[in-house]
Each structure stands twice: as C-alpha cells, then as structure tokens.
Design a protein around this ligand. Sequence first.
Ligand code: NDP
Length: 292
Amino acid sequence: MAKLIDGKAFAEGLRGRIAKAVAELKAGQGFTPGLAVVLVGEDPASKVYVANKAKQTVEVGMNSWEYKLPAETPEAEVLALVEKLNADPAVHGILVQLPLPKHIDSTKVLTAISPAKDVDGFHVVNVGKLSTGQDSLVPCTPVGSVMLARDVLGKLDGLEAVVIGRSNIVGKPVAQLLLAENCTVTIAHSRTKDLPAVVRRADLVIAAVGRPEMVKGDWLKPGACVIDVGINRIERDGKGKLVGDCDFASCEKVAGSITPVPGGVGPMTIACLLYNTVKAACAAKGIRQPEM
Ligand code: NDP
C-alpha cells in the first residue's frame, strides 16, 4: 500500500513557519506583510475560497484586505482598484479571484497587477521569469505540489516526471518547476497518444486534468509517487463527494506514495499564497526573506 502524503499536515507546518517569519519581520524590521484579495460577483466556491484566504492570512499575523464587488462592476472599476492597490505600499500581494464575470477580460486584469505584487504568479513577467530560471513569484498550486513531492522523495534529480495537463495555472508551471529540479519532464494532454503507456514511465506523476478518477492503478509504474491536483465534485451513493483525477482505490495499491483528495494538494495552495506574500513583501523592502 502506498504511503499517504498528508498535505494538510504539511500545509499546517508551513503556515507555522510563515507565522514565525512574519513575527520576525514585525519585531526586527518593523513591518507587516499584507495581502489584498479582490472578489467580483457571487460565485459560491470563490466566496468560500476567499473567506479561507482571509482567515489564514490573519492567522499567520499578516494584514488582510478583502474587496467584494458586485457581479455587474464595470471592468474599468476593477482595473482602477488594482491600480490603487499597486500604488499602496502597505499591500505586498494582490490576488484577483478567478473566474471573473464574463464582461471582464481576465487577462487584462491579471496583467494590470504589478508583477512584484502578483502573488498568484500568473503575470506574463513572472511566467517568463519562471521559464528562464529567474527568481519569481510562482503559481501556488504548482509550488505546493512540488513541495509535497520533494518532502516524500527528497531530491527529484534525474527522475522521470509525467505531468498530465498543460494549463497555464497548473500543468505548465509545475512542469517548469520539475525541470528546474532536474527531472526529465513529459507533459501529457488531451491529444497524447496512449496515455497509460506514457504515465507508466513515470517515477513521479502529477495529475492536473479535471477528470474524476481518470488515472488508474494499472497505468502506474510500481512505487511511483502520485501527486493528484484534481478536485472534482461527483455524486456517489446519492451523496456529493470530492475526488481527484486519480482513481485512489486502484492507485494506492501500486504507487509508492500518493496524495489523497481532499487533504493532499488542496491545503497547500493557500499556504503557498501566504508564502508568496511574505516573499513579495521582503523583496519590496529589499531585505532577505526569513527561512520558511
Ligand atoms: P484545465 O481544464 O485548465 O486543464 C486541464 C488539462 O487537462 C488540459 O491541458 C487538457 O488538455 C488536459 N486533459 C483533459 N482531458 C484529458 C484527457 N482525457 N487526457 C489527458 N489530458 C487531458 O484545468 P486546470 O489545470 O485548471 O485544473 C486541473 C485540475 O486541478 C482540476 O480538477 C482543478 O479543479 C484542479 N485544481 C486544483 C487546485 C488546488 O488544489 N487548489 C488549483 C487549481 C486547479 P488540452 O490542453 O489538450 O485540452
């Protein structure tokens, strides 16, 4: 049976180290890192997510600002708010919650965020820096996924890694991070031929597809590490349930280690957002980032 990778516990530990770093910055440098989150509209999942972000930001001792705008807010007003937050020295990180209502151009809004405050790591400047090996703000879920893989496998050097999914939010940045860790990386997608055979090569599988329980145990190399990024809501036995992109029951019999859903990659995302905010704050102040 595979070792269970406890993302909840890892994220809790990381938040503890972030809280310690924030306390050190307050005492030693006299400033408090701060994160502003902008939510436009009433998407229920986004509301829960934004409330969790605010709660955890305060829990680690950082400043938190929430801007909740009605769904019909004109694009120009959202852009004006982003400009205001860009200019505010107390705000070190800005996150605009996606998805935005249809009348707002997400790319335009994300590009308006100052790259130095882009704690989601979606700005083209940060994407470019990541792909050219420069220090940058990196998207949270990919960073969290690689942290978990490193925690269980140690050095990733030379491993065969297969990333399933090529989105800008997960697949591509996770592949860049694994390349930087000296993995041999394959990126699979919906046009990949014989996906099971491709996945069977992998010492490390990162699944970011959005298809419930797609990856089966007999696709895996025995002993592989499986990081399941997928979050899919399904109906089973008349009840709602969250499942990943990997079929946990069959995969845990073959894998060496595996993340559960929920409780694997999910909790890492907000912890990494807080990490990025401390990183952005230290860069803005021109000081060394404390150990986290
Ligand atoms: P996208 O829909 O943007 O991308 C999905 C990718 O999967 C695409 O590249 C697509 O290929 C590929 N794909 C789709 N079907 C297949 C298939 N049958 N075989 C192989 N590849 C396929 O999703 P995201 O990257 O945004 O998210 C992926 C999953 O991760 C979702 O379940 C999402 O909920 C979850 N997620 C979890 C987060 C967290 O833990 N906090 C954060 C973000 C996402 P193609 O490009 O060819 O269409």
